[in-house]
Design a protein around this ligand. Structure first.
Ligand SMILES: Cc1cc2nc3c(=O)[nH]c(=O)nc-3n(C[C@H](O)[C@H](O)[C@H](O)COP(=O)(O)O)c2cc1C
Length: 235
């Protein structure tokens, strides 16, 4: 599949066919892709914890929800819980602090405040994106979602995750079944004219609205693609 098509078609899928497992080969190939993600200093401080058996997935859901205590999951959670494969995407700041203490970088104080943004999380997010795009190519549905902070300790205990790993997010994988679109999509996609700045913040550059001529104005070659911020194409 062409990359542009995979990017266009990617959508978060929050309900899966529980009877259709994702083959181990497909999961391994997706993880292989994830390890092609860029990383600061090539630190590669991401770990991927794959949960495939019913027992492994139950351990995760029990630790992150009130399901084990008899709590009723809402429809969002019920949908995600049908995913036959979960990949916990974890970041490891220590990998970066160690890597940047090496002689070519020289930050021997290993001071995390040197980092303008936590690149360990950024890089792990990039790897998760590769999982999401690979899923599209493989005809799978996928969703990236977070682990509530007050559940991190329970998940660590349930799955043996070391204290120094950070929960960046989880990618669920499976074969999609009909599901509700996220209400968030009603927000519409912010148009390119709003989110891009050319040469100086706030400058529209080639995306400036064309001046309308006396004849009503032919639209110029640089017109932006029609913004899809409309109720009919919520993204
Ligand atoms: C960092 C991040 C966290 C997200 N967390 C959740 C989440 O906890 N639950 C969820 O259902 N979707 C989550 N999403 C998915 C977004 O809701 C979704 O990407 C957005 O609505 C756009 O929809 P689309 O990805 O289908 O185009 C998350 C996405 C990102 C990038």
């Amino acid at each position: 599949m062409e990359l542009g098509e995979a990017i266009r078609r990617r959508r978060m899928v929050r309900r899966y066919d529980p009877q259709r497992r994702v083959s181990e080969e497909v999961v391994i190939a997706a993880l292989e892709r994830a390890t092609r993600a860029p990383s600061a200093g090539f630190s590669q401080g991401s770990d991927f914890l794959v949960l495939r058996s019913a027992a492994e997935r139950t351990a995760f859901w029990d630790a992150t929800t009130d399901a084990a205590a008899g709590g009723q999951p809402d429809s969002w959670l019920q949908g995600l819980m049908t995913a036959p494969t979960l990949v916990l995407c974890l970041s490891d700041p220590d990998h970066y602090l160690e890597r940047y203490a090496e002689v070519d970088k020289g930050w021997t104080d290993r001071d995390p405040t040197r980092w303008p943004v936590p690149y360990w999380d950024v890089d792990t997010g990039m790897a998760a994106m590769l999982l999401l795009l690979t899923a599209v190519e493989d005809g799978l549905g996928a969703c990236f979602f977070g682990v509530p902070p007050d559940r991190h300790t329970a998940v660590r205990a349930a799955l043996g995750i070391p204290e120094n790993r950070r929960f960046v997010g989880v990618v669920s994988l499976g074969y999609a079944v009909p599901h509700q679109r996220s209400p968030s999509l009603r927000r519409g996609r912010r148009p390119l004219t709003e989110v891009t700045h050319w040469g100086r913040f706030g400058e529209p550059g080639p995306l400036a609205a064309p001046s309308v001529g006396e004849d009503g104005g032919a639209r110029g070659a640089h017109d932006p693609a029609p913004a899809d911020r409309s109720p009919r194409s919520p993204g």
